[in-house]
Every structure is written in C-alpha cells, then in structure tokens.
Design a protein around this ligand. Structure first.
Ligand code: 5GP
Ligand code: ZN
Length: 120
C-alpha cells in the first residue's frame, strides 16, 4: 500500500483512493498523479485525474503548485490517447455551484463518443 502523502486528509475520499485504502480502477499513475475510472461514468471513457497531494479545488492547486497542475493535464492527455482516440474534454468542476461534490481537486477526462455541448 502506498504511503499517505503529508497533505492527506483523513476524511477525503480521493486521499483514501490515492493511499490504496479504498479500491479504484486505476488506469495511469505517475510519481505525483493518479488517474482512475469514475464510479458513475457519463461516457465510454470517464476518468478522474487527481494529484496525490490534497488540494481542495483547481483554484487552490493553480495557486499552490502550477507545475503539478500541468502534470495533471499531461496525464489527462495520456489517458485520452491510451483509452480513446485522443479527442476529449477535460473538465474541472470548481465549487459546489459548478457541481463539485468531492473536494480533492480532480479533472474529468470525457472521451470515447461524440460529445454534445451545453455549458450548464
Ligand atoms: P465532481 O462532482 O466533484 O466534479 O466529481 C466527483 C466525481 O467522483 C463524480 O463524477 C462521481 O461519480 C465520482 N465518484 C464519487 N465517489 C467515487 C468513488 O468512490 N470512486 C470513484 N472512482 N469515483 C467516485
Ligand atoms: Zn484529498
């Protein structure tokens, strides 16, 4: 089992997945980032990409560690090319009014089908 990072929060679902305390279908991992399939997929490929360190949302991560945010984006791109045809949407819900429900920053890789567009 992987060691919890120094920033891990005990009540955080995604910190528990990162630590291996909860199961997940992991599709890609780097030293600082993990990607795993969403439990309730909205498309043929629906993968969540998270930094191993706990940051609440993308605003916090962008301010704290832009290099890590860039690695999250890079892993998302790798996943989209490995699991789909490299055409994808990468979404961060930031804040409850934007639909964020898990407060450990994660981007959604959505791919594998023709996507429509609705901003809300
Ligand atoms: P948010 O609404 O915060 O942008 O996205 C949270 C996502 O986490 C949702 O798409 C939801 O389906 C997913 N999710 C919630 N609990 C779990 C879980 O235990 N395992 C996995 N793999 N995904 C989860
Ligand atoms: Zn966390």
């Amino acid at each position: 089992m992987e060691r919890m990072t120094d920033t891990a929060e005990t009540d955080c679902l995604f910190c528990k997945i990162v630590a291996g305390d909860l199961p997940a279908d992991v599709v890609e991992t780097t030293e600082r980032v993990v990607a795993f399939r969403d439990i309730d997929p909205q498309a043929p490929v629906h993968v969540l990409v998270v930094p191993k360190e706990h940051h609440g949302d993308v605003s916090v991560l962008a301010a704290a560690d832009p290099t890590l945010l860039a690695e999250v984006v890079s892993v998302a791109d790798t996943v989209a090319h490995d699991l789909a045809d490299g055409q994808y949407r990468f979404i961060f819900n930031s804040g409850p009014r934007a639909g964020q429900s898990v407060f450990h920053v994660h981007g959604h890789v959505i791919a594998g089908t023709q996507l429509g567009w609705s901003p809300a």
